[in-house]
Design a protein around this ligand. Structure first.
Ligand code: FAD
Length: 356
């Protein structure tokens, strides 16, 4: 893969230092995914671009005033993979406050201009964001007009509890769900009748509902899996239970993705495997995230991040350049789309798109 030109980054850094106008930059704060409680810094203050948050009505109006950007009346994500174009998606998490929602809707309005096929909304660990996830997914679909998918984790929940959530999502017109196992808290004791693995949730959805179902997968192997072989065997079991498409965990070396796809195909999986892309905006937070989710930072990227030091702007340049090079190669070599972990911000993702 074409790696980042160090010269390119330092030239931009110099050019920016020379310019008198401040450059849009991501704040150093960055979130760990999925759980507002794990956010580093002020969870509601990450959109540097949204300092003057508009009213809720204004945000909605701004989003609505854009031309319809989602792919026609697409509702089932599996249909998008049959259209011969890359399936582009953005992932958001539910903010904790009203101001956070306003900022998020501004980011969504900007990202809508990039015509995503769909967006997805994360599910807080242990269902901590249940109401907000359901509400946000429905609002994005209804008010902004982009096909939206709700994530749903099952560990610790019973079939009845999960069935109630799924029925609520269906009632709100949501057609797509990302069926996840989730992570148990450290002191977890399994409640009677609770699910433990995503394949159980997939089977529940298939037996009682009509959703299009996505699933997660791990090019570098899930951190709890005893081996890459057993992880793949469990993935095959999950997909056979009724998964329509897969989204990968974040990764930074495309070779890991291509190797994983080859292994999945050899194991008989034919479903689309969409690479998950994380534009790095903060060195400290990406180190924490990768430690948690088992993704490796390649030595070359480590060197670039070290060189950027605690200069957030330079880190952002490194992150955007790296992700852009990743995306170019992934699409050129046949990836069915790109799923961006946006951390509720638009600038990095927009810049990657502009460079593609
Ligand atoms: P599973 O498919 O259940 O796999 C988990 C582990 O158990 C693996 O090691 C697997 O090999 C093993 N395994 C699977 N099935 C079995 C079985 N039947 N018997 C024995 N072992 C088995 N987390 C959130 O809390 N909220 C989110 O919104 C969220 N969104 C995510 C989106 C994506 C695209 C990805 C990649 C991850 C996301 N996660 C989210 C994180 C995810 O919940 C964790 O990585 C979790 O540890 C595993 O979820 P899974 O769906 O892969 O689980």
């Amino acid at each position: 893969m074409n790696r980042i030109g160090i010269r390119e980054v330092s030239t931009r850094r110099r050019a920016r230092a020379e310019a008198s106008t401040p450059v849009e930059s991501e704040p150093a704060r960055a979130a760990l995914r999925f759980d507002g409680a794990r956010v580093n810094g002020n969870a509601e203050d990450w959109e540097g671009e949204a300092r003057a948050a508009p009213s809720r009505a204004a945000s909605r109006a701004a989003a609505r005033s854009e031309p319809q950007a989602s792919e026609g009346n697409l509702m089932r994500i599996s249909d998008a993979f049959t259209r011969g174009r890359p399936v582009i998606s953005f992932e958001f998490f539910p903010p904790k406050t009203e101001a956070g929602f306003e900022s998020l809707f501004r980011a969504i309005a900007k990202l809508k201009e990039l015509s995503p096929s769909f967006v997805s909304v994360t599910w807080g660990a242990g269902g901590s964001t249940r109401t907000k996830t359901v509400e946000l997914t429905a609002r994005i679909q209804d008010e902004v007009g982009i096909t939206a998918m709700s994530h749903l984790t099952c560990i610790g929940s019973t079939a009845d509890e999960l069935g109630a959530t799924l029925a609520q999502l269906r009632g709100l017109g949501i057609e797509n769900v990302l069926a996840l196992g989730g992570d148990a808290p450290p002191d977890y004791v399994k409640p009677a009748g609770a699910f433990s693995y995503a394949n159980e949730l997939v089977a529940l959805v298939r037996s009682r509902f009509e959703f299009c179902v996505g699933g997660a997968c791990y090019p570098e192997t899930h951190p709890r899996a005893p081996s890459a072989e057993s992880d793949l065997a469990m993935l095959v079991q999950k997909v056979r239970a009724g998964v329509d498409f897969l989204i990968t965990n974040l990764f930074f070396d495309n070779a890991d993705y291509f190797r994983f796809v080859s292994r999945a195909r050899a194991a008989g999986l034919s479903q689309p495997i969409v690479p998950g892309i994380m534009p790095i905006v903060s060195t400290a937070s990406i180190r924490r995230m990768t430690a948690l989710c088992g993704a490796r930072i390649p030595a070359e990227l480590e060197r670039e991040l070290d060189r950027a030091g605690d200069d957030d702007e330079c880190t952002l340049e490194v992150g955007v350049a790296w992700a852009t090079a990743q995306c170019r190669e992934l699409l050129a070599r046949g990836a069915p789309g790109l799923h961006f972990y946006t951390l509720n911000r638009s600038p990095a993702t927009r810049r990657i798109f502009q460079s593609l």
